[in-house]
Design a protein around this ligand. Structure first.
Ligand SMILES: NC(=O)c1ccc[n+]([C@@H]2O[C@H](COP(=O)([O-])OP(=O)(O)OC[C@H]3O[C@@H](n4cnc5c(N)ncnc54)[C@H](OP(=O)(O)O)[C@@H]3O)[C@@H](O)[C@H]2O)c1
Length: 354
């Protein structure tokens, strides 16, 4: 009986101590729930401000806010061309930069005749590295540039790292990282001098997690996102807006292997650009398109191992499809070539006259 009394006493004492622990745990729980609630409410508020209020407002005066000219890199196709057209529809003159003079002239003519703004074209290949920037600098020096859109970027299809050639790796670095860095270095001083300007960097939602089989591309996009966020902090007191755009899939030439015909989650470049431009001056970091913001919200809740596993499986399927498409294209091309004589029986060192 005495033993039972002692146990009873022990349980009562333990119960008192555990109540104190429970209260501490309950406090932590309440703080966690409060933090999550505040973050969610702020997130919803931001999403409404960025994606709804900005589009309803529709009275952006980009020329007054930032300046009369915009430079758009990689502007003869896809998102770059659509973004240039959208800015032109707001009365901004456009400097287009890409590799093909023929395509540049065509896009420039189309923009001038549709929107009645001025255009200027510069033929440059960003894969060439440092040699092109003096030329670009000379050509833009007399223009008052209010907006710089660092859009140019390349990506082929998912591949394992060692299957990407060294040449292609240099191109990825020069086009996806160096171009935005150097173009910003060329244009930012004149913006700071005037106390206004906007720089838009085209990152990607792949910047948010390491993505197997898109290893280098995703890493270059993370660079752009970090570059934008630090730059925004450094220059916000100089009247400069720096925006990081993190879209998910957009139906362009770049995503041709994904079966990405336009849909709600995979908008056309035109739809994407219309939404993205409406967020300029409203926020410094966004997907630019509300369905992509929902997608991003879900993806940031996933544990990293799950993202890696899921994206790796998806990328393996896309890689197989891309390789098959490339093989079929090559075979068709061979069929079209004139038949060459069969030289298989001829060995080096003999008289090879046929
Ligand atoms: N599409 C998507 O799903 C998606 C998603 C997230 C982020 N992004 C990013 O958005 C940007 C635009 O992508 P996009 O899908 O619109 O690409 P795209 O349709 O392939 O267009 C790329 C543009 O860049 C130009 N370009 C390519 N290589 C160049 C070089 N070496 N020098 C100069 N210009 C060059 C191309 O013109 P020329 O070939 O005539 O030179 C073209 O105008 C990229 O930074 C990409 O990473 C795209």
């Amino acid at each position: 009986m005495a033993a039972v009394d002692r146990f009873d006493f022990l349980f009562r004492e333990l119960g008192k101590t555990l109540t104190a622990y429970n209260e501490v745990l309950a406090l932590f729980g309440a703080l966690y729930v409060a933090k999550k609630t505040v973050t969610t409410v702020l997130g919803i508020h931001d999403a409404i401000k960025v994606h709804l209020a900005a589009r309803v407002r529709k009275n952006q005066h980009f020329v007054n806010c930032f300046g009369p000219w915009a430079v758009v890199t990689g502007s003869t196709d896809g998102i770059g061309r659509a973004y240039a057209q959208e800015l032109a529809s707001h009365g901004v003159n456009i400097i287009l930069i890409s590799r093909s003079m023929e395509k540049l002239k065509k896009v420039a003519k189309d923009i001038e005749s549709t929107f009645g703004v001025k255009t200027f074209v510069i033929k440059a290949d960003f894969s060439k590295g440092s040699e092109i920037y003096d030329v670009i600098s000379q050509q833009i020096k007399d223009k008052e540039i209010g907006i710089l859109v660092n859009n140019v970027g390349v990506y082929d299809y998912p591949q394992y790292f060692v299957d990407v050639s060294m040449d292609r790796l240099w191109q990825l670095i020069n086009i996806n990282i160096a171009a935005a860095t150097m173009m910003t270095h060329l244009v930012l001083p004149q913006m700071v001098e005037r106390g206004k300007g906007a720089i838009v960097n085209m990152s990607s939602n792949t910047a948010l997690h390491p993505t197997p089989q898109m290893t280098v591309y995703a890493a270059t996009k993370t660079y752009l996102d970090y570059f934008s966020r630090s730059l925004q902090y450094e220059y916000k007191d100089h009247g400069i807006t720096v925006q990081s755009l993190l879209p998910s899939y957009v139906a362009t030439r770049m995503t041709e292997y994904t079966d990405g015909s336009p849909a709600l989650l995979i908008p056309s470049a035109g739809v994407y650009a219309r939404h993205a431009v409406s967020t300029l001056g409203v926020t410094s970091r966004t997907t630019g398109y509300w369905p992509h913001t929902l997608q991003l919200w879900v993806s940031t809740m996933l544990p990293e191992w799950f993202w890696m596993w899921g994206s790796s499986r998806l990328n393996s399927a896309i890689r197989r499809k891309a390789q098959l498409t490339l093989q079929q294209r090559e075979a068709k091309l061979r069929e079209k070539l004139p038949r060459l004589p069969d030289l298989s029986g001829i060995s080096p060192g003999t008289d090879n006259t046929v």
